[in-house]
Design a protein around this ligand. Structure first.
Ligand code: ZN
Length: 354
């Protein structure tokens, strides 16, 4: 460049004004053109991450996006970036700067804050109504989903196991009418009854006279009254085992009657939820949490505690003639428990109560 300039100056100098001679050996660089900051920065949930988009800046060749908090950055030549390794359950804002390789723009106005929800890459079940299985008599056991199909936190509410205990059917009917937003931090699954044969006759047992809450494997015993021919011998039991293993719920509520209290296997992860459930519905608090009381073989809560990471609360509502407002309060409580479970407050409190 310099030799060209010299060659030119030798030839051209006489034609140029005197002032041009001063620039003789200065590299001719265009004066920098300032870049405007990117406008309209928008962030939203995109699968398991957050996608940030903005408007292109004239003259820019690439952009850098900065996440606050975390400090993570993304550099791109396009006008969008996906952040898919940010910690979940955190609220972020993003700013974007543009560059043309020489000049960098001021940072954009931050995006409106967006919370990164804990989400699955795809739903556990494609449909929001799932056939869990069939009873001895061939009746269908259905599970229905409300809320966010991609939420990591999953609540399962089982309205009825014993056909002679109808209160949980009413709780389920109320629950299914509740508007649970599709962008909730949880998905709520309800099974109206897992014992449709018993329900049709108002009978505690299934059609073979087996108490389903004595039929689950792991702690099954021949000594137990009406426990079935063997562990998991009943189709209703096996259907629930398959469903729960696939659903991997965060929490399970199983409605019964008529003791007006809450029962559990007294494991560490259920302790908080047992007390919280009783508090929200207005049921008698359980006795000493360390004493699990008499425990029964073959129960669904023991099987769930042994085979999943879920907490489990057996809800014993009052007898039907004394239910009062318990049905309405129960439905409200299930949603509230799901919300708390999916926020940071629930598990944190759970540790404290232990
Ligand atoms: Zn029961």
């Amino acid at each position: 460049m310099k030799s060209l300039a010299v060659a030119c100056s030798a030839l051209c100098l006489p034609l140029l004004p005197a002032s041009a001679a001063v620039a003789d050996d200065v590299v001719p660089v265009e004066s920098p053109v300032p870049l405007a900051p990117p406008g309209n920065v928008v962030a939203e949930q995109f699968g398991t991450g957050l996608q940030v988009t903005w408007e292109a800046v004239t003259g820019a060749t690439s952009y850098q996006v900065l996440a606050d908090p975390s400090g993570a950055t993304c550099v791109t030549a396009t006008t969008s970036c996906v952040f898919d390794t940010l910690p979940v359950r955190t609220t972020y804002t993003f700013t974007v700067t543009a560059t043309d390789g020489v000049v960098t723009s001021p940072a954009s106005v931050p995006s409106t804050p967006v919370r990164l929800r804990a989400q699955l890459a795809e739903p556990i079940f494609a449909k929001d109504k799932v056939l869990v299985g069939r009873s001895v008599r061939g009746r269908k056991i259905w599970a229905v989903r409300q809320g966010n199909p991609l939420a990591v936190d999953v609540m399962l509410s089982i309205g009825q196991m014993h056909g002679s205990e109808p209160a949980g059917l009413r709780v389920t009917d109320r629950l299914r009418r509740k508007p649970v937003p599709a962008d909730a931090d949880y998905q709520l699954w309800t099974i109206r009854t897992m014992n449709p044969d018993g329900a049709s006759r108002g009978n505690r047992y299934n059609a073979r006279g087996v108490d389903l809450n004595r039929n689950f494997p792991g702690t099954w015993s021949t000594r137990q009254y009406r426990s079935g021919r063997g562990p998991g011998s009943e189709p209703e039991t096996r259907a629930m085992m398959r469903f729960i293993k696939r659903l991997k719920p965060t929490g399970v509520l199983s409605f019964h009657q008529p003791w007006n209290t809450v029962l559990s296997v007294c494991d560490q992860r259920s302790a908080y939820w047992v007390r919280r459930t009783a508090q929200l519905i207005g049921l008698r608090q359980p006795g000493r949490p360390s004493s699990c009381g008499r425990w029964l073989p073959g129960t669904m809560n023991r099987w769930t505690a042994r085979n999943t990471a879920s907490w489990f609360v057996t809800v014993e509502l009052a007898p039907s003639h004394r239910l009062g407002r318990q049905v309405r309060k129960s439905a409200t409580a299930v949603v509230r428990l799901a919300e708390e479970m999916a926020s940071d407050s629930g598990p944190a409190l759970g540790m404290a109560v232990g």
